[in-house]
Design a protein around this ligand. Sequence first.
Ligand code: ZN
Length: 301
Amino acid sequence: MKKLVYTLVLPLTLFSFDYQLKPVEVGSDSVHCFFGYSEVMNDTNNGNMSNSCFVNMGNSYIVIDSGPTYSYASQAYEKMKKKANLKVKYVLNTHVHDDHWLGNGYYKKLGAKIIGSSAFEDLEIEETTRMKRRISPEAYELTTQVHPELFVDEEMVLYIEHKKVIIKNIGHKAHTDSDIYIYIPSKKIVFVGDLVFNDRLPSVRDGDLKGWLEALDEILLLDVDYIVGGHGTIVSRDSVPMTYEYLKLLRSKVVSSMDAGEDIGDCVNSVTMDKFKNIHLYDSMHRQNVETSYRILEWEN
Ligand SMILES: [Zn+2]
């Protein structure tokens, strides 16, 4: 009987989920990203719905967002080693949402230092993560909640192989209360996490409309050719307008609805945005964004 159990269980551990990750060059052959699907996490994509990027600094990599699972991180690094077999020196976590940092445990084991906003200091280890509840156990295998060990309160400047890396804490609520961006002036590139979505609707749930728009204004002032978001494959400065215009229009429409005396239920029904209705996740996320915006703006006024 024991033998039978082994034969049933063993194949599952031997063949854990293959994310089939493909590194895509961004701007130069020193920067690659793995772009996730324009979906919410589920047991088909197994969390492969956010972006994870590698920058070759010369003798080491820095990784921006470690992805949704331990297994994703290990598969991404295997792919990167084929490009250049370098160690990972730092992993930057752009914000606290778990699709962006649950791969940390893998890189920590490799000896990388993990950096994130000081908001991570107050983040508690959850009994079970949102990711664990929604994806398959095989894909989640070995994943643990490893938080950053170095915190960015305002700004941190690193010199990695003589290249300057500026890590800036947005300092107020934007997409979340924990957003940082990673700016590499010599490569004219900035990684902004979920301050930018460009192929699916942004999620406003933990954010603030005014603060988010201010953060985007700040990013657009940087001397960069590449702005890489947490979701979406557009990496030029054209990555920003979809998020920017959606948030701006959402804000003005909800304000008008409130000025017209609509309550939250009426507002959720009346504020539609046809211009964005063909963007992925509009049907499942827009109403929720209107509701969140109403609550935010209620406090603002
Ligand atoms: Zn997020």
